[in-house]
Write a protein that binds this ligand. Structure first.
Ligand code: IMP
Length: 499
């Protein structure tokens, strides 16, 4: 007879956190979101940690080299999608590893036809005082000049002045050429007493800015995730079919951490893949996805360095409708976290778990962490930003970004779903969709992180570990869910758009 689980399987929206005592030192500034990425022995340090508990999904429409660099700069990790030819994936890894800390993409850019008033507006918005002036006002346009605060004097009649009349033009700038090392850039900065050094390519297009202040202390990105050579840390997705060709190429390209990407990871193919990687390479490897204790223990015993949890909860996922497998994401995390705890008590080995998919609101991340996840993986969340690899389009009056599942006909990543037989599936497990465009990664991350830290303070916790120990989590009834949003009021237009 089949085994029945009579408790309903639950998702994040069915839970809330109950505040604990907040002590006076428990302020967002004192909260650390540092979290282990790979397994470690009690009393030792993990070989890799994240500075923020975020990873971007192993998806064509989410994690390429650009996203990986942007997220590592902010302290998280991307797993570059494996549903592409091996050499192309290895090249993306190489590109990320070649970005060096200290080179920043210019955030505030204007054209020579803009005015001093435009500078003042941007200055107020970003609190920057250096602006790149490019032919089209973009971060990688042809560099025509730089404006710093010493270039202008604010008086009422000067605000309409065109930037072309007071910028330092390109001909008078000291600049570095693409490929320059950070220490060479720093030498130029000191030699010419500069505050900023633009780095341009052979077409005079702007690649990066190197700031004097960043060289001393990476102030812009204090959480950036770096290896010993000051290159960004990057992950890559693999599958359990072509790993004997793919893994050597990725390791050669410098990948830090691998993850086997599959909708159902409780398989002998995953065990064989982990065993092959462990026997032949000194590289970390995560596995998944699982949704219960048995799946978790199977992958841990096979040697997995972390385990990914979640089946069927992804925003683009139709696995549950198509195949009838899966589990509510909160129930899955809670059960796997309990198994991890028991394993730790018995062996002294801590195996991080990643809650993958189904994050709809920012507070779901806080709940996942409280329930025992060490970090989350998100697709939809990251797909909305400038840095995701897909096109930004205008649909009706709104800007959107394209976002498609790995199990959709568009991605055709059948290796993720195929459980052995001949390659190729007869049905899809994911959809092709749009998500609302949301701007830059960093702006959005800053907001999300401040919400997580604020909730952690409500719960009296200054670290994820404390939160996991101290959190008090309550189920909510269907009726109290209604009470959770604004209710019984008529909303004004402007308050309808927030998350
Ligand atoms: P999201 O954060 O809710 O968008 O979920 C992202 C996660 O959905 C990924 O990390 C994958 O685990 C999963 N996923 C990606 N593509 C598909 C698909 O086509 N079908 C089912 N699940 C998918």
């Amino acid at each position: 007879m089949a085994t029945y689980y009579n408790e309903p399987s639950r998702t994040f929206s069915e839970y809330l956190l109950i505040p604990n005592l907040t002590t006076k030192d428990c302020t967002p500034a004192n909260v650390s979101l540092k979290t282990p990425l790979v397994k470690y022995k009690k009393g030792e340090k993990p070989a890799y940690s994240l500075n923020i508990p975020f990873s971007s999904a192993v998806m064509q429409s989410v994690s390429d080299d650009k996203m990986a660099a942007a997220l590592a700069r902010c302290g998280g990790i991307s797993f570059i999608f494996g549903s592409q030819p091996i050499e192309e994936q290895a090249n993306m890894i190489r590109k990320v590893k070649s970005y060096k800390a200290g080179f920043v993409v210019s955030r505030s850019n204007l054209t020579p036809d803009h005015t001093l008033q435009d500078i003042l507006n941007l200055k107020e918005k970003y609190a920057h005082s250096t602006f790149a002036i490019t032919h089209d006002g973009t971060a990688n346009g042809k560099l025509l000049g730089i404006v710093a605060s010493r270039d202008y004097r604010i008086s009422r009649d000067a605000r309409d002045k065109k930037i072309s009349t007071f910028m330092t033009p390109f001909d008078s700038l000291v600049y570095g050429k693409t490929g320059i090392t950070l220490s060479e850039a720093n030498d130029l900065i000191w030699e010419h007493k500069l505050n900023v050094l633009p780095i341009v390519n052979e077409d005079q297009c702007l690649d990066y800015l190197v700031f004097r202040k960043d060289y001393d202390a990476h102030k812009e990105y204090p959480l950036e995730l770096l290896d010993a050579n000051k290159s960004y840390i990057v992950g890559a997705g693999i599958n359990s079919k072509d790993y004997k060709e793919r893994v050597p190429a990725l390791v050669e390209a410098g990948v830090d951490v691998l993850v086997i990407d599959s909708s159902d990871g409780y398989t002998e193919w995953q065990r064989e893949t982990i065993e092959y990687v462990k026997a032949n390479f000194d590289v970390k490897i995560g596995a998944g996805n699982v949704v219960d204790r048995e799946g978790f223990l199977y992958l841990v015993e096979a040697g997995a360095d972390f385990v990914k949890v979640g089946i069927g909860g992804g925003s683009i996922c139709i696995t549950r409708e198509q195949k009838g497998i899966g589990r509510g994401q909160a129930s899955a995390v809670i059960e796997v976290a309990a198994a991890r705890e028991q394993y730790f008590n018995e062996t002294g080995i801590y195996v991080p778990i990643c809650s993958d998919g189904g994050i709809v609101h920012d507070y779901h991340i806080t709940l996942a962490l409280s329930m025992g996840a060490d970090f989350v993986m998100m697709g939809r969340y990251f797909a909305r930003f400038d840095e995701s690899p897909t096109r930004k389009l205008k649909v009706g009056n709104n800007f959107v970004k394209e976002f498609w599942g790995e199990g959709s006909n568009r991605a055709r990543n059948w290796e993720r779903y195929d459980t052995g037989g001949k390659s190729g599936l007869l049905f899809e497990e994911g959809v092709d969709s749009y998500v609302p465009y949301a701007g830059s990664l960093q702006e959005n991350l800053d907001k999300t992180i401040s919400k997580i830290k604020s909730t952690m303070c409500n719960c009296g916790s200054k670290s994820i570990e404390e939160m996991q120990r101290n959190a008090r989590i309550t189920l909510v009834s269907a009726t109290s869910l209604v009470e959770g949003g604004a209710h019984d009021v008529i909303l004004k237009e402007s308050s309808l758009s927030g998350e």
